[in-house]
Write a protein that binds this ligand. Structure first.
Ligand code: NAP
Length: 517
């Protein structure tokens, strides 16, 4: 099977051999993807002109109805998608749900937000500024939709959520999307877009898909377009420094990898509920999606006095984890998405081993030699203050490292050594610790989760991205921002200071939604 691309409202096939998509359990090829020879420039122009014009001509509420219609089409096919996620991504049922239901849920959330925006197509910020002596010359800030296309390049670990979280925001803003899933797991994105296209719920050109290489997209963008990239820091930097991208003047946002951390406060001693909550969360980090989440916990800062107990508690749970074929109901942890990812993960673990020892790992049993399997592993850094690699290397798999600390200041200083991350969590009941960590480490992170006894198990998890909250992180994490409710629309809209008379601004206000982004 060769995956086609959906360009100019038509399914087209590349002329090259393409790259293989495999079943990570067996290593067997299940499809190929290739975009060689496709007229990407014409497709970008079609999306920009035809899809963009159609979306800009309808209101926020009507765009929300499109999002709802897509969510319904996808929801009706959910079970088929779970089977595909298992076959191409090695997902267990839980893993598949995070990706598939997460994607559908995000579309529904933005459809819900759209209702509150009503019939407007623009937004006018609250508050007018008088610019002259007399109140006849004033200014107000207007948000309008950029007449461009949203190029969306995604990572392999979320072929559903990664695509729909970007499409949802762009479509509500009135901008057409060209989605480019990572080749290794593109089958799910392909089947989902195929179902949406077949259902004919969208205007022509509102959604396009490129399966295979995406290099031509970088040459095709213009000043009103945008590129939203999710993936490794190396590819992200290549894209943001690409000559054609820079020359185009398009907007670029990068969601890259990061070495996220969790901190246990000194009050999180063995036997306390927060200690147990932290153990639970770390075991999740070492099992859900086989650790292939960009927001996952990679470093665990534990008070030195509690480090042995924490290591033992996590290791004993790791010992009971069933790693295997996700088709087997008993399996809790599936494989990485292919043999290449396994090799990369093992190489990085070997590098970390120069600074760490193994505290515990899950038994691999029969699957040890099979394509993508890596044992969920807890490491312990032997010299947290002197170590370097543990703050730099992201093992994109079920691996995390414990770093014992002496006092909170040291833990916070070490946490920031990752040079900017997507997510931080703290397990502590102590208000002083909570405040110090938030104020000290918020600038280094896009999101901070604080778990105390009151929050208990009622939180969505360290790694889970909620559409209400911004997703992204500073520094190494790429400096981008996605989602965050209506905040996400900023990327696709232009804020313009309109200067003129009060009557002009009254007219603009009559057709705009009052309140900024
Ligand atoms: P990757 O190798 O950087 O690839 C990401 C995407 O870029 C893929 O779709 C890839 O396409 C595409 N790409 C590569 N070269 C390109 C080029 N010259 N022009 C246009 N597109 C190009 O990353 P990955 O291995 O898929 O994903 C794993 C990494 O993503 C991890 O490090 C993880 O931390 C990070 N991640 C970050 C987030 C976040 O939100 N911050 C979320 C998920 C994952 P092909 O697949 O066709 O090569």
């Amino acid at each position: 099977m060769k995956l086609q691309s959906y360009l100019q409202n038509t399914w087209v096939e590349g002329t090259g051999e393409g790259r293989a998509l495999v079943n990570p359990v067996t290593g067997a090829e299940i499809a190929r993807a290739d975009a060689t020879g496709l007229d990407v420039k014409a497709a970008v122009a079609f999306a920009r002109e035809t899809g963009g014009a159609a979306l800009r001509s309808i209101s926020f509420a009507e765009r929300g109805a499109l999002l709802k219609a897509m969510a319904e089409v996808l929801g009706a096919n959910r079970d088929r998608y779970v089977e595909i996620a298992q076959r191409n991504s090695g997902n267990t049922g839980v893993d598949a749900s995070i990706d598939i239901d997460g994607g559908i849920g995000t579309l529904k959330y933005y459809a819900f937000l759209a209702k509150s925006l009503g019939d407007a197509k623009t937004m006018l910020e609250d508050g007018r500024d008088q610019l002259g002596r007399e109140p006849v010359f004033v200014a107000q800030h207007l948000w309008t939709t950029r007449p461009g296309v949203a190029v969306q390049i995604n990572a392999f670990n979320f072929p559903s959520w990664g695509m729909w979280e970007k499409v949802a925001v762009a479509m509500l803003a009135g901008v057409p999307s060209i989605a480019k899933p990572a080749t290794a797991t593109a089958l799910l994105s392909y089947e989902m877009v195929r179902d949406v296209a077949q259902a004919k719920v969208l205007p022509e050109g509102a959604l396009s898909l490129i399966c295979g290489g995406g290099e031509a997209l970088l040459e095709a963008v213009g000043p009103m377009d945008s590129i939203a990239f999710t993936g490794s820091a190396a590819t992200g930097q290549m894209i943001s420094r690409h000559d054609a991208v820079i020359a185009s003047g398009c907007r670029v946002t990068i969601e890259a990898d990061s070495v996220n951390a969790t901190i246990l406060g000194e009050d999180a001693a063995p036997g306390t509920p927060v200690f147990d909550l932290a153990v639970r969360e770390v075991v999740k980090a070492l099992s859900v999606k086989a650790g292939q989440l960009c927001t996952n916990i990679r470093r665990i800062f534990v008070p030195a006095a509690h480090a042995d107990a924490f290591g033992e508690a996590v290791a004993s749970k790791l010992g009971t984890l069933v790693v295997g074929d996700p088709a087997d109901e008993a399996t809790r942890v599936g494989p990485l998405i292919n043999a290449a990812q396994k090799t990369e993960a093992l190489e990085k673990i070997a590098k970390l081993a120069t600074e760490c020892s193994v505290v515990g790992e899950a038994p691999l049993g029969d699957v040890a030699a099979q394509s993508g399997f890596v044992a969920p592993t807890l490491l312990r850094c032997t010299d947290p203050a002197g170590a370097k690699l543990v703050h730099e290397i992201e093992v994109f798999g079920p691996v995390a490292t414990m770093l014992p600390y002496n006092d909170l200041d040291q833990a916070m200083a070490l946490a920031s050594k990752a040079e900017g991350s997507l997510a931080l969590s703290l397990f502590s009941n102590d208000p002083a610790v909570q405040d110090a960590v938030i104020l000290g480490l918020a600038p280094w992170h896009g999101r901070v989760l604080v778990v105390d006894e009151e929050v208990g198990k009622n939180h969505t998890g360290h790694a889970i991205v909620m559409p209400q909250c911004t997703h992204g992180g500073p520094g190494r994490a790429g400096g981008g921002e996605e989602l965050g409710g209506l905040r996400g629309l900023r990327f696709h809209m232009q804020r313009t200071a309109v200067q003129g008379g009060p009557a002009l601004l009254e007219r603009l206000q009559s057709s705009a939604r009052l309140g900024g982004l």
